[in-house]
Design a protein. Structure first.
Length: 401
């Protein structure tokens, strides 16, 4: 006898493991152009002629282009479906990484390759979240989104390891060329889920666009994502440069960045696991993580050789663990249109990725690393307050954050 179909007739069965692997690979690939640049900036800057301000501008440009298109990319993802969204994103990541490896002979050519990667990130953000929402059972969404959120620090982890393993041996171009394995994996493993109608990732009704979403709580969570990302993304992008400025060798700085990223992977995954076992308190935990992370940024601001890497690792490990919890909260509160809603929070993450690195790079270039670290410490503290305000608004909306 033919087993009953999952979702609508003719739709493929749920594949949680493959859905997660393809999502993590795709999101990691989408972030590699920016974080690979951050980790390998010292070598790339010598060849292409840019310094801290140029690094900040390039990373900001990458996230700016992604931020401008992110809100509408969420609705597009709901219409395309998870598989096509991830495949388009991975093709763009291949072009970006390959372009940096082969064609980036000037700073402007580097920006052109980053622009292609930014469009890939725009689609990968909501696309990977919709893939998880579609392919993983609801009662495992917290853990699954924790794993999916670990893709961003995974890209930083790989970028950090690339410094001593590839960048200082074969050269930075080979590091980007070898990174092509990641988007190719995401492309090949994407399960054949199409655009859904009816029950697939929504609880009822037709897919809603941005005009039909209650913006009150979502705006505060988008602000949380923007401020938190401004702090953590900047720290990840400038980690190696800041550590070497404090007197640490470039190879050791790469290893420390990889260690810090591994800690973020563990904390994000653990946060997702806890979200499945506790129905409430998710955004309270986000506020605590962001608030406590300011201690790490302040430690890095001292400029001491020991405190800069320790403070940076603490700030990343604690202050970048919240992303999956926010996604889980948004998907639960906006079940009718997860792509459109998470597209807004992804836009917040990208806005933070614009403002943070750009302002930090200018401050470092014109003032000092201390001034830059104090700025992102303030961003983390404000993000903690915004998360609590978002929690209160969700409660008034009738949600259970």
């Amino acid at each position: 006898m033919t087993p009953p179909p999952v979702g609508r007739p003719g739709e493929e069965r749920a594949r949680p493991v493959v859905s997660l692997i393809s999502s993590v690979s795709s999101q990691t690939a989408a972030m590699l152009p920016a974080f690979g640049l951050g980790a390998l900036a010292l070598q790339m800057g010598d060849d292409l002629g840019f310094g801290e301000a140029g690094l900040g501008t390039a990373v900001a440009f990458f996230f700016l282009l992604a931020a401008v298109t992110s809100p509408h990319a969420g609705t597009l993802t709901d219409r395309l479906g998870p598989q096509r969204s991830l495949r388009v994103a991975n093709v763009l990541s291949v072009v970006s990484l390959g372009g940096i490896a082969v064609a980036a002979r000037s700073y402007w050519a580097l920006l052109a390759a980053l622009a292609v990667g930014a469009i890939g990130l725009t689609i990968a953000g909501p696309g990977t979240k919709t893939m998880v929402a579609r392919g993983v059972p609801v009662h495992r969404h917290g853990f699954a989104f924790g794993i999916q959120a670990a893709a961003v620090p995974l890209s930083v982890f790989l970028a950090g390891l690339a410094v001593p393993a590839i960048g200082l041996t074969l050269g930075w171009r080979w590091a980007f060329a070898i990174a092509l394995v990641v988007p190719l994996t995401g492309y090949g493993l994407a399960p054949p889920y199409r655009a859904a109608a009816g029950r697939a990732v929504r609880t009822a009704g037709a897919s809603r666009g941005l005009s039909e979403i209650d913006y009150g709580p979502l705006n505060m969570l988008m602000l949380t994502a923007a401020l938190g990302s401004a702090a953590a993304t900047t720290m990840a992008a400038f980690f190696v440069s800041a550590a070497t400025d404090a007197g640490i060798g470039e190879g050791l700085a790469g290893h420390l960045l990889a260690a810090a990223s591994a800690l973020v992977i563990l904390t994000r995954t653990a946060g997702g696991y806890l979200a499945d076992n506790y129905e409430t308190g998710h955004l309270k935990f986000v506020s605590v993580l962001l608030g406590v992370s300011t201690l790490g940024y302040l430690a890095a601001a001292t400029g001491a050789k020991a405190l800069v890497p320790v403070g940076a690792m603490f700030a990343l490990g604690v202050g970048w663990a919240w992303s999956g919890l926010i996604v889980h909260t948004v998907v639960r509160a906006y079940r009718d249109s997860p792509g459109a809603a998470t597209g807004m929070t992804s836009g917040g993450l990208n806005v933070g990725g614009v403002v943070g690195p750009f302002a930090f790079g200018l401050l470092v270039d014109r003032v000092s690393y201390t001034a830059g670290f104090l700025m992102i410490a303030a961003c983390a503290l404000l993000a903690a307050l915004a998360a609590d305000a978002g929690r209160r608004r969700l409660i008034r909306m009738g949600a259970n954050p």
